[in-house]
Design a binder for this molecule. Structure first.
Ligand SMILES: Cc1ncc(COP(=O)(O)O)c(C=O)c1O
Length: 485
């Protein structure tokens, strides 16, 4: 038993007492986390009202600090028991994964040292690690010699970065207009982005933030497998050009949020080459599949794209937040480069000090690359291959069971690790089944709409899920559905 902490030092330092307190605080936190894990459920079931009541009765900023022991005790009673457990085999609602153990250790290291990635003098070794991780990622996705990248907070920021680069590239190369200096060109209302009708909403959000508006995003129809219909893309491009509009970018979704469907990159590249368009791959979901020799061909050749969104806090199983934007032509990052006397002086850069702020939307930024560095080294290609293959294999198994059951309907055959399905019968029954699973069975699953009807969704990112467990869930859902019919 460690003795109570009477006074918490401000920070960790080389001083012996602060080191001891650091150890106690971390150890007590670890014990509290472990003590809170009493069963395998994904959520212990409290309602929205119960959680609001619980939290609102605590004072957020007391007049006098409560001290570590009291705060930890409160966290133990109010917060920890009510967490959603992403590692539970009953959690499969979203593209939201459990975190690999070594990456949790990486989080502790990076928070303890609190490096900021904007300038070399704030993160010397961290800058060099990020540069090397990015170099190797660019090689992994075959982006070629001139490629580069930077870590981001996740898929939305990567997509916003890519669309910014695409807009500025097009305005410079086609309209002879420098957006960075002069703002949007006079023709800005005509600029258009093409993405599938089941792509992620960060496309619209980015278009808004880029000053183009939602209407700039043209939604291309998909085929029966929820992949972009490239004939429809060509037709829309021709029609829009005829109407005087200015297409500048096509987005291939490599793993759509709901279905895991993958757009055909090669056909899209050919179209983009013919029309002088930027091709971005939103591989937030699918990017980890590149590490599977069994399934990587399902992604197509991502090296054909001008930029790629990679998310490590999805199928790579790293803690939030952790993403990257990789680009084929490193010169395009100049869009984000500005020099500040206090931060990233040009003379330092000439002498070999890299200031990563020049490639990022952010200034202060986390050392998330450490999580990739440690997890990739710990697991290796074989370890990641096993994770990815297990998840995709589980989805194929589950979809096959659903497809052959008379009680269920399957939306589409899964390409990656998401399965969209429903109990035959009313949408209301499907909705109620999901709620009952959440509040009464410690099972958290997804829900979406397909072909105008409510469907349920399993997003299988946890390699601990077994076929037997999937069978049990099929039986449980059927049972709940029959009680509600
Ligand atoms: C295809 C796709 N792109 C982008 C995103 C956004 O990623 P993030 O949540 O990391 O911002 C998601 C999120 O689920 C996604 O599924």
């Amino acid at each position: 038993m460690s003795k109570p902490i009477t006074e918490l030092p401000y920070v960790l330092s080389h001083d012996t007492e602060s080191k001891q307190t650091y150890r106690t605080v971390i150890n007590q936190t670890v014990d509290a986390i472990l003590d809170s894990l009493q069963d395998g459920g994904a959520y212990q079931g409290s309602s929205v009202e119960e959680l609001k009541d619980l939290i609102q009765k605590e004072q957020m900023l007391p007049e006098k600090g409560l001290g570590w022991e009291t705060v930890l005790a409160q966290v133990k009673t109010s917060i920890l028991p009510n967490f959603l457990r992403t590692w539970s085999t009953n959690y499969m609602a979203h593209l939201h994964s459990p975190a690999l153990l070594e990456s949790i250790a990486a989080e502790l290291i990076l928070s303890t040292f609190n490096q900021s990635m904007d300038s070399w003098d704030q993160s010397p070794i961290a800058t060099e690690v990020e540069i090397e991780v990015i170099r190797q990622l660019c090689a992994l996705y075959n982006l070629g010699e001139t490629s580069d990248g930077v870590f981001t907070s996740g898929g939305s920021q990567s997509n916003l970065s890519a669309l910014t680069l695409a807009r500025d590239w097009y305005c410079t190369t086609t309209l002879g207009h420098d957006v960075k200096k002069y703002g949007l060109p006079a023709e800005y209302r005509k600029l258009r982005i093409y993405t599938s009708e089941v792509s992620h909403f960060s496309m619209e959000k980015s278009a808004h933030l880029l000053g183009l508006g939602y209407d700039a995003v043209r939604k291309v129809p998909v085929d029966a497998a929820c992949r972009m219909d490239t004939k429809a893309l060509s037709a829309m491009l021709a029609e829009d050009k005829k109407a005087g509009l200015l297409p500048f970018c096509v987005v291939a979704t490599i793993g759509t949020t709901d279905y895991g469907s993958v757009d055909p990159v090669k056909e899209m590249r050919d179209i983009c080459d013919a029309e002088h368009l930027f091709l971005h791959a939103d591989a937030a979901y699918g990017s980890a599949v590149q590490l599977s020799s069994t399934y990587s061909s399902r992604l197509g050749d991502l090296g054909l794209c001008d930029s790629i969104t990679v998310d490590f806090h999805k199928m790579f199983l790293l803690p939030i937040s952790c993403g990257a934007i990789l680009i084929k032509d490193s010169e395009l990052f100049s869009v984000f480069t500005l020099h500040a006397d206090y931060l990233n002086r040009e003379e330092d850069e000439e002498d070999g000090y890299t200031n990563l702020v020049g490639k990022s939307l952010q200034t202060t930024r986390r050392f998330d690359a450490l999580k990739v560095w440690m997890a990739f080294q710990c697991r290796g290609k074989d370890g990641y291959e096993e994770i990815v293959n297990t998840c995709i294999g589980n989805a194929a198994y589950f979809a096959a069971q659903v497809a052959k059951s008379p009680d269920y309907e399957l939306a589409i055959e899964p390409e990656l690790s998401s399965v969209v399905f429903r109990l035959k019968g009313s949408c209301e029954v499907n909705k109620q089944v999901r709620r009952q699973l959440l509040h009464h069975h410690q099972v958290v699953i997804g829900q979406t709409v397909y072909a105008g009807k409510t469907f349920l969704k399993f997003t299988l990112l946890n390699p601990l899920v077994t076929h037997e467990h999937l069978d049990e869930l099929i039986t449980l859902i059927k049972h709940l559905g029959s009680q509600l019919q």
